[in-house]
Design a protein around this ligand. Sequence first.
Ligand SMILES: *Cc1c(COP(=O)(O)O)cnc(C)c1O
Length: 362
Amino acid sequence: MKEIINVAKSSIPPFEEYCEEIKSIWTNHWLTNMGEKHNALENKLMKYLDTKHISLFTNGHLALEAILKVLDLNGEVITSPYTFASTTHAIVRCGLKPVFCDIEPDYYTIDVNKIEALINKNTCAIMPIHVYGNLADNEALEALAKKYNLKLIYDAAHAFGVFKNGLSVANMGDVSMFSFHATKVFNTIEGGALTYKDEALKQKIDLEKNFGIPGHDKVVYSGGNAKMNEFQAAMGICNLKYVDQNIEARGELYNHYMQRLGGKQGIKLCKPQANVKPNYAYMPVLFESVNRDVVFEALKLNGINARRYFYPLTNTFPCYNFTADNTPIAYNVSKSILTLPLYADLSHEDVDRVCDVIIKEL
Ligand SMILES: *Cc1c(COP(=O)(O)O)cnc(C)c1O
């Protein structure tokens, strides 16, 4: 039996490097609450992401909820349903109403031409998703947000390290949320961050993630708890050293997939975006003629775990009373797409193994 190939594999540093990094925790007994590792990682990430302001979180989802609370938003948030559960859940859990806009068919990000029709007096924000690390149209979104005085909050969970014309994804819109979950391009085991332009937000966000406590014997705000601990931050410090070489390795595997699958009848791939430095976070393949689920099962029979991602759409979740009627493109894409195995130390032979199975099914 051939070895199982999973869709993702968490990046981890050499064991000794992590041990060395956490040694000082044993000396100073400081485990969490904005310790030395936490602060060091903030500084390193500000440099890497080229952003002036960052706040680290214990996960990306709580970062998303935190910014919606801190901005004190009310009413409707325009977003797309082609995303992970987290985006829609965060909006709903903060007492806001998601209004679903369809996606465009090439990169699966929000269709900026369909947003204006959804804006009304209750709209307070737009929350686009950089799906698979593909950038949403930030210039058009910026113009819309400005014209209608809306907050622009990106779910950049997939887009760590992506730049467009030299502009870091971390500096788009008012705020960007990153996820450092184990399966993402850069991980801190679990973790996340907000990056933002307004310096005044730093204090508010940091109160929100630490019970509203600014210092000893003071509580000034009804905050929650979403602090990143020292072990997470230490993992981030170690993983950050390897992220560039990992992205490069992912790029070579992506190119291999493109060579094998590009131009084949009945499948559609995401082409590189113009002027974008990508992070190769995912390898999505859209099946236009064969049944996606048949390919999924064929891969599985051959020991290959692809992923139906994103499926189902968030506006079809049974916990909600929304509908996918207004998002037909997203609906069709979610029924027809698979993400294929992609991680830094996947072998080129394994890429061939995956492609051989797919090509046989076409
Ligand atoms: C991973 C992810 C999140 C949530 O991040 P966590 O760190 O897992 O909480 C949110 N949105 C998208 C699109 C994601 O992929």
